[in-house]
Design a protein around this ligand. Structure first.
Ligand SMILES: [Zn+2]
Length: 298
């Protein structure tokens, strides 16, 4: 399952094939369990072998508990998703941050590059790093949060409390704020991008500034990791022709090597597919802790 800020997707998957699926507004654990029951029934399964959960972070990787993610509704923020689902469905449950999980989907079912950075470019900006075919989790599972790399130290305030994070500069929410200041009225990131596509010079300038921040981040990541590919997912990929050349133009002078940008071929399913393969890629220590939090019946 993929628990997003507004919608939750649940699916029954076998070897990366979706057998049954549901999508509903994210509210509380009750709806999650109902959705899961429905897809199990439709797939004709008594119970799943395992459940993988991709959730808007941060996630405590030892317990699988959501740590008050600001982008989730109040009913989900401190939910013990892992413990609850494990007790209800009697199988191991693995929980991880949604951007890292999307990187796993991309690794298993997308371009299948072995060294790449996955970037979710949407209302917020998230990321996942894969080196030599292995997911980089970090000491506590917080690695790859590229949205919170500081690009302009005196830039706009980010939801995390810092200033000038990539997310505050190039995420949809940050872009909408900048657009409001520029146009003197509420305007969504989507509307701004549409205006830019029509050639509005003010909108184009704002989009270019966002792309410069993204380009800087991409160049920094290239110097650090030398990925063969940067794979993008999320709402902004719908305007790829407008954004990609501007990101590349900003990044190229700042990186010594050749940069390749691509859009995930998996669309909105990238998180679901990654969640279904989470059991394979979660670090063995956390996997054992998360799976062992409740004894399965029998
Ligand atoms: Zn931040």
């Amino acid at each position: 399952m993929d628990i997003g800020g507004t919608r939750t997707r649940v699916a029954a998957l076998e070897q990366g094939q979706i057998k049954a699926r549901r999508s509903f507004p994210t509210q509380s654990l009750v709806e999650l369990k109902v959705g899961l029951d429905q897809v199990l029934q439709e797939a004709g399964w008594a119970k799943p072998q395992a459940i993988g959960v991709a959730a808007a972070g941060p996630v405590d990787m030892r317990s699988g508990q959501l740590l008050n993610p600001p982008n989730l509704p109040p009913g989900m923020r401190t939910a013990s998703v892992g413990t609850e689902l494990q007790a209800t469905f009697g199988c191991p449950v693995y929980v991880a941050n949604d951007a890292t999980t999307a990187a796993i989907g991309e690794l298993e079912y997308g371009h299948k590059a072995q060294d790449f950075v996955y970037i979710t470019w949407s209302t917020g900006i998230g990321g996942g790093i894969v080196c030599g075919g292995r997911v980089v989790w970090g000491a506590t599972g917080q690695a790859g949060e590229i949205g919170h790399m500081v690009i302009r130290p005196r830039g706009p305030r980010c939801g995390c409390g810092k200033r000038g994070c990539l997310e505050a500069l190039a995420g949809g929410a940050g872009l909408a704020k900048a657009a409001r200041r520029r146009f003197g009225q509420a305007i969504s990131a989507r509307e701004l991008v549409t205006l830019a596509q029509k050639g509005n010079p003010q909108a184009l300038e704002l989009v270019k500034t966002a792309c410069q921040a993204m380009g800087q981040a991409v160049a920094l990541l290239w110097e650090l990791l030398e990925p063969e590919l940067f794979v993008f997912g999320g709402g902004f990929t719908g305007s790829w022709d407008l954004l990609a050349p501007r990101v590349l133009e900003a990044a190229r002078p700042l990186a010594r090597g050749s940069l390749r940008l691509a859009v995930t071929p998996l669309g909105d399913d990238v998180g679901l597919l990654g969640a279904s393969a989470l059991w394979k890629h979660i670090s063995p220590d956390w996997g054992a802790l998360q799976a062992g939090r409740v004894r399965t019946p029998g």
